[in-house]
Design a protein around this ligand. Structure first.
Ligand SMILES: C[S@@+](CC[C@H](N)C(=O)[O-])C[C@H]1O[C@@H](n2cnc3c(N)ncnc32)[C@H](O)[C@@H]1O
Length: 283
C-alpha cells in the first residue's frame, strides 16, 4: 500500500512546551486518540519523503509525507490497483486555525480535474476508483467518473433535516476490474426461513437466531461516522469510519494489491488496509 499525506500530526504544545494531552484531561468515555510529541516522532520515523523518482519498494506500505501534486509525478506509473480519494470538500472549514474557504463550483471542478489528472498515470488499466464527496459537489465530481454508491453520515443540524448521507463515486479504468462481492455480503436476520427437504435454503440457524448473508445494495445504513466515544476517533473532523474503508478495500482489491490514498488525513485508509493485510496473513 502506498499513501501520502501532508505533514500534519495532531500534536500541540503550549508555550511552556507541555503536551496538550496533559493540559486537557479527557472525559472518561472520550476515546479520541491523542499522542505525545515523542509518540508522534515514532510515527514520523516510519514515514518517507519522496524528492526524486522513486522505486515502488521505497513507498510500498509507507506513508509518504508531502504534497500529492508534487509527489505523484515522482512515482512509478501504472502500479495502483485501488484508488481511494477523500478530498477536502468544497465547504467553509476551520480546523484548529487551518482554514478552508468554499470556492466557486468552477474552481472546485478545476481542482477535481487537476488531482484526477495527476493521479491517473499511477493507476493500472484495471484499477478501481472511489471518490468521497458531499451532495453539493457530487454532480460535479460525477461528470468525470461513472457510477455512484452511498454511505450514511449524521452530523446534527438545528434548522434543517440532519444531513445523513454522503456520496461515493465508484469508477473503473476498464470493464475488467476486481469486485469481490462475497467479502462484503450483509448479514441479516431471516424473515422468511424457507427450507428445502427440511434444511435451510440459503440461511443458517445459529444460537442467536437465523441469519442470511445477502448481496449488499449501494445504500449503506450500517456505518456511522467516528464519535468521540469510539476508540477509532481522532481529532480530525473529516475522519472517515474504518468500516467504510474496509468495505471498499475488501470489495475492490485482491490480496497483494496496491491501494493508494492521496488525501490521507488521519490515516484511516492506511490503518484499515494494514489491519486487513495482517488479518489475511494470519489466515
Ligand atoms: C477530507 S480529508 C481526508 C480524511 C481521511 N479520509 C480520514 O479518514 O481522515 C483530506 C485530507 O487531504 C489533505 N490534503 C489536501 N491537499 C493535499 C495535497 N495536495 N497533498 C496531500 N494531502 C492533501 C488534507 O490536509 C486533509 O488531511
Amino acid at each position: 500500500m502506498v499513501y501520502y499525506r501532508l505533514c500534519r500530526f495532531f500534536l500541540f504544545r503550549d508555550k511552556r512546551g507541555n503536551n496538550e494531552r496533559e493540559l486537557f484531561a479527557k472525559a472518561e468515555r472520550n476515546k479520541t486518540i491523542d499522542i505525545t510529541i515523542e509518540e508522534g516522532q515514532d510515527y514520523l520515523n516510519r514515514c518517507v519523503l519522496v524528492c526524486r523518482s522513486t522505486d515502488i519498494l521505497v513507498v510500498l506500505d509507507k506513508t509518504i509525507i508531502g504534497d500529492m501534486f508534487s509527489v505523484a509525478s515522482l512515482l512509478l506509473k501504472n502500479f495502483v490497483d485501488l484508488l481511494i480519494v477523500d478530498p477536502s470538500y468544497n465547504l467553509d472549514k476551520d480546523f484548529r486555525g487551518s482554514k478552508h474557504k468554499k470556492t466557486s463550483d468552477n474552481i472546485y471542478e478545476q481542482y477535481t480535474d487537476s488531482w484526477i489528472n495527476t493521479i491517473q498515470p499511477l493507476l493500472k488499466n484495471n484499477a478501481t476508483i472511489y471518490v468521497c464527496c458531499d451532495w453539493q459537489s457530487s454532480a460535479l465530481i460525477g461528470r468525470v467518473l461513472s457510477y455512484n454508491v452511498a454511505e450514511r453520515k449524521g452530523r446534527g443540524a438545528l434548522n434543517n433535516w440532519k444531513n445523513g448521507m454522503e456520496d461515493i463515486w465508484f469508477a473503473t479504468n476498464s470493464k475488467v476490474y476486481a469486485f469481490n462481492i462475497d467479502n462484503v455480503k450483509t448479514r441479516r436476520k431471516v424473515i422468511a426461513p424457507y427450507k428445502v427437504e427440511g434444511k435451510p435454503k440459503d440461511w443458517e440457524e445459529t444460537k442467536d437466531g437465523n441469519f442470511r448473508n445477502t448481496y449488499p445494495s449501494n445504500f449503506w445504513d450500517d456505518i456511522s461516522i467516528p464519535y468521540w466515544w469510539m476508540p477509532e476517533n481522532t481529532e480530525r473532523p473529516t475522519q472517515k469510519p474504518k468500516k467504510l474503508l474496509a468495505k471498499l478495500i475488501l470489495a475492490s482489491s485482491n490480496k497483494g494489491d496496491v491501494v493508494l490514498d492521496p488525501f490521507l488525513g488521519a490515516g484511516t485508509t492506511f490503518v484499515t488496509a494494514k489491519k486487513i493485510t495482517t488479518a489475511l496473513c494470519r489466515d
